[in-house]
Design a protein around this ligand. Sequence first.
Ligand code: NAP
Length: 278
Amino acid sequence: SQRRVMLRSLSKCLRTNPVGVQRNMSQSSLAGKVAIVTASTDGIGLAAAQALGKRGAHVVVSSRKQTNVDKAVALLQGQNIQVTGTTCNVGEGKEREKLVQMTLEKCGGIDILVSNAAVNPFFGNIMDSTEDVWDKILSVNVKSSFLMTKLVVPHMEKRGGGNVVFVSSVAGYQPMQALGPYSVSKTALLGLTRALAPDLAQSNIRVNCVAPGVIKTRFSSALWQNEDIMDEFKKQLSIKRIGEPEEIGGVIAFLCSDEASYITGETITVTGGINCRL
Ligand code: NAP
């Protein structure tokens, strides 16, 4: 019968083309890759640099303050990670260019960009936020993420491809009270991820995003240092604790690895189960 013919040809095809493509551990290795992580001397950026470095990438760490850069470089070197550091305020065009030039000079190319820097100069009722607040937040959180990408893409193309990961927030899906403008900037990164993915796929560059929930860093300390706020907040969580920076770093490294080779234009929420989207 037709069915038997189909089954026979299917089983023949399976024998010649085993479905479970042999994946060995080396496919999750990032040896030989060069990774720029912005705002990477503390918190999630530092954890991302650590996760990429542990998988063999040469990581380039940066932030505004030289003392923070020196500390991060020493910490990563102590973990046998190949690391280079420089100052870079991502809000300044000249400093973004310096970061890229230094990376090319010291590491010979660029394969990975993790755009992690963000500011939040405003807490309060969104209707009280000023033009200066919006300029600052959109400039650092959104515009510089795009402009960093634009700077590195030609160099990724020279290597035959690459990976970009943006760091958004759960607040990008569900705006947080008192963090209106910041939340909107994080929503914009979800859009930026989608806007870039089809174009850059032609250059074999994947563009993805992570949206962390509340992670234990200095940035979120106002939240987790207040027990009342935390008790209330934990009601939204399935996993009843706040996250650690390493729990974001690992997901970022996964997105940059070959194991994620069919993922682009995607945002992974890493929130301990906050209900923010289907
Ligand atoms: P963090 O621990 O406070 O670290 C911030 C890092 O950014 C530091 O290394 C800081 O170093 C650097 N930095 C600040 N402004 C910068 C600028 N203009 N240019 C370059 N570097 C700058 O913060 P984090 O919590 O890891 O936050 C990192 C990212 O995760 C942000 O995009 C944030 O929106 C996002 N996020 C965080 C949480 C959370 O709960 N923590 C949740 C969702 C999303 P210098 O002071 O030396 O510049």
